[in-house]
Ligand binder design. Structure first.
Ligand code: ADP
Ligand code: MG
Length: 702
């Protein structure tokens, strides 16, 4: 349930709102000296029409002119030093208009060389004893600075950082900085302060005026840091206020069903489960049951790593729903997964006398008719199925609770259909993709989140090895050792969205190769996204039933598919996958009682790639890997381009500002539930923002 486009637009609209400054919002940018129609057009291209737009156009980086100690400056890094010219400058002419000027300077500690290209005229001024402030790239080996700028005299204060903006065409940094200076001066005393004083005092945040000055022309590192801190907080607070307002309005407007389950029966059911629930499982069962009982509509995400035991949580809560006289449904994205769930739930429910049924696209017409009747008259208490469950002719008697497995595959659409059927059951989405908390509360901010962060005890860890491609034979030998023991293996080939064709071929190639190698000994199967759904199902079934020993597949191999006999996985070009995906893939093995292995075949070319391979061999913990993935690749890549529901923040960075996000979230929850927020003048601007965003009417997505 990722943020909807509409949602993003609303946020964008808010961020582009023109009431942050009083008068300035109405003043066209041409009121700035030096901005004529031509320049104005260039500014327009950047989205700058009014002076206020200009002010809100933040630098994307800063030129750092702080003085540094050369001894501590890494090779090739930008550096600024104050120095005294020592020797006589020497000029070499290297071509027409091309020259190289070299001079020795004393930095207070070291004598180093400074080189200027094509500025031979500086020779006259660089006489011994002259004090200069020079910036450039530091070559540690040669003890040389290649100068990019030089100023005569000691460094002036107030020049530590120079803003650098993203500009287009003929617009130059220096000019733009001058416009910005004017704009800030014009806006002085006219800026509306959106953040209430109380909050600003609590966190010692700069005023809007000081912060704008600090973001564009910081006096020093701390000024910049404080300015950034204010805007990050403001941005995240606004975002969270909207999400929390939305939650509140949903709670008030979408009345749910009170599912008054029978606690005694539920306890009995839990007692007859063949194992003891983990603490995490107990906790999330409680969270879900509380929602079932409450009059609000449940909208909850259940996260749990592969193998953490989500199915039993689903079973317990579905049973709770049944004891209250309601029907429950569990929807899976594929038939195989639905069948799998049906098999495990049936054995759990049978002793309790719960009537359960399976409905998929392949259910025979005759059986389907009976199932539909029994759903309508309420005889069937729990139904497991695929999309087939939400076809127009399926009518429930008293549907109270719907669980969706692997929500990223469907969700929004399914909820819309349920609503159109006039049903408002409690909804739980289960996912095996560990999502770092910062991303979860951003992308799924309007949902409640439960996390199973603990594995059942006694699990065998999957042994993961990283091998170079040259070691393919060694890994095949390892694979064959497993096959000899009667186990099965997966071989995964990369699939990259843009070039699906090529990569399918890659899988086909590997398939042909392995078929030759294992000819007459083991059966090899092939699975990829281009197969017809029926063919896919057949291949998966053959693998499940042991008719195929080695399954060569692209990443389409089903999430959640359970083949406990598979104990070996080989992943080709493993460095082409992100950590989250590698972890998901690896989760296909280690599902039985056998020690399982995962071999990553990769010759990574980047440090980041090496780091990913290492991380995989070091931990089996999906949440730790997810955090690492976020750290290595950033939030944009985490979900993959297509489904990234993350809003684009102007200044906040979800990786580095996660603490602020937590704080802003807590503050937003408090504010939204505080009467004063809705009345007092201090909060007026925040309230107006909420009104404009539509969050107060529960407007958003699906
Ligand atoms: P997933 O969260 O990946 O869907 P499953 O629900 O399929 O995981 O559970 C994986 C396996 O762990 C199943 O065989 C299940 O019976 C078992 N299991 C679940 N919870 C526990 C527990 N608390 N103790 C021992 N085994 C458990
Ligand atoms: Mg599962």
């Amino acid at each position: 349930m990722l943020l909807h486009r509409l949602e993003k637009q609303l946020l964008q609209k808010y961020l582009e709102r023109e009431d942050i400054l009083g008068q300035i919002e109405l003043e066209p940018v041409t009121n700035i000296k030096g901005v004529g129609t031509e320049t104005a057009e260039l500014l327009n291209e950047l989205g700058i029409y009014h002076i206020h737009d200009l002010i809100m156009y933040f630098p994307y980086r800063y030129e750092d002119f702080r003085l540094k100690d050369l001894a501590e400056t890494p090779h090739n890094e930008q550096v600024t030093i104050e120095a005294r010219v020592e020797g006589m400058p020497v000029v070499f002419f290297t071509g027409r208009k091309k020259s190289r000027l070299q001079v020795s300077v004393f930095s207070g500690r070291h004598i180093v060389k400074v080189v200027f290209f094509n500025q031979h005229y500086l020779k006259e001024r660089l006489t011994p004893g002259t004090i200069i402030t020079v910036s450039g790239k530091w070559d540690r080996g040669r003890q040389t600075i290649t100068a990019s700028s030089v100023k005569f005299g000691a460094k002036e204060i107030n020049q530590d950082f120079e803003p650098v903006y993203r500009l287009k065409g003929n617009l130059h940094q220096n000019k733009f900085r001058k416009f910005m200076r004017q704009a800030l001066d014009l806006a002085k005393g006219q800026m509306a302060e959106k953040l209430p004083n109380k909050i600003r005092q609590q966190y010692q945040l700069l005023s809007i005026e000081e912060a704008l000055e600090g973001i564009h022309f910081p006096k020093d590192a701390n000024h910049l840091k404080q300015a950034r801190r204010r805007f990050v907080y403001e941005e995240l607070l606004m975002f969270q206020l909207r999400i929390q307002a939305l939650r509140k309005s949903r709670k008030e407007h979408e009345k749910g069903i009170v599912i008054q389950y029978d606690l005694e029966k539920l306890k009995k059911f839990i007692q007859q489960i063949p194992f003891e629930l983990t603490n995490a499982q107990k906790r999330v069962v409680n969270e879900i049951c509380k929602d079932l009982k409450s009059p609000f509509r449940m909208n909850r995400l259940l996260q749990g790593d592969v193998g953490s035991g989500k199915t039993i949580v689903a079973a317990i809560t579905l049973y709770a729903c049944v004891t209250a006289g309601f029907q429950g449904a569990l929807m899976a994205p594929t038939e195989i997964l639905a069948e799998q769930h049906y098999a495990s739930l049936e054995s759990l429910f049978q002793p309790m006398g719960v009537k359960i049924a399976l409905l998929t696209g392949s259910t025979k017409a005759k059986d389907r008719k009976i199932i539909l009747e029994q759903l309508e008259n309420g005889e069937i208490q729990v139904i497991i199925g695929t999309h087939a469950l939400i076809q127009p002719d399926v009518t429930f008697n008293r549907l109270g609770f719907v669980i969706t497995d692997e929500q990223h595959r469907f969700g929004v659409e399914q909820r819309r259909i349920l609503r159109e059927k006039g049903m408002h059951p409690d909804v739980l989405f289960m996912t095996a993709t560990p999502i770092p908390r910062t991303l979860a509360i951003t992308a799924f901010g309007e949902m409640d989140i439960s996390v199973i962060d603990e594995m059942p005890s006694g699990r065998k860890q999957i042994e993961t090895h990283w091998m170079k491609k040259e070691q393919l034979n060694a890994s095949l030998v390892k694979m064959e050792m497993e096959l000899k023991k009667g186990r099965q293996a997966y071989v995964i080939c990369p699939l990259i969205e843009e070039s699906e064709k090529i990569d399918v071929q890659n899988a086909v190639e590997v398939y042909e190769q392995l078929r030759r190698i294992f000819h007459g000994r083991y059966k090899v199967g092939l699975m990829h996204g281009r197969l017809h759904p029926d063919e896919k199902d057949q291949v998966m079934r053959d693998f499940k039933e042991g008719n195929i020993h080695v399954l060569v597949s692209t990443t389409v191999v089903e999430v959640g598919v359970n083949v406990p006999n598979a104990s070996f996985m080989l992943i080709y070009d493993a460095d082409r996958f992100g950590l989250a995906q590698l972890h998901q893939l690896r989760g296909r093995v280690g599902r039985g009682n056998y020690q399982s292995y995962c071999v990553l075949l990769a010759n990574p070319k980047t440090d980041e790639g090496i780091e990913r391979m290492r991380s995989m061999t070091e931990t089996n913990d999906g949440f730790r890997l997810a955090e690492k993935d976020l750290e290595l690749r950033g939030p944009g890549d985490f979900f993959g381009k297509k489904q990234s529901g993350l809003p684009e923040f102007k200044i906040a960075d979800l990786v580095h500002d996660y603490r602020v996000l937590e704080v802003a979230r807590n503050d937003a929850v408090k504010l939204i539930n505080d009467e004063r927020f809705w009345k007092e003048d201090e909060y007026r601007l925040l309230r107006e923002m909420l009104e404009q965003s539509g969050a107060l009417n529960g407007e958003r997505m699906d």
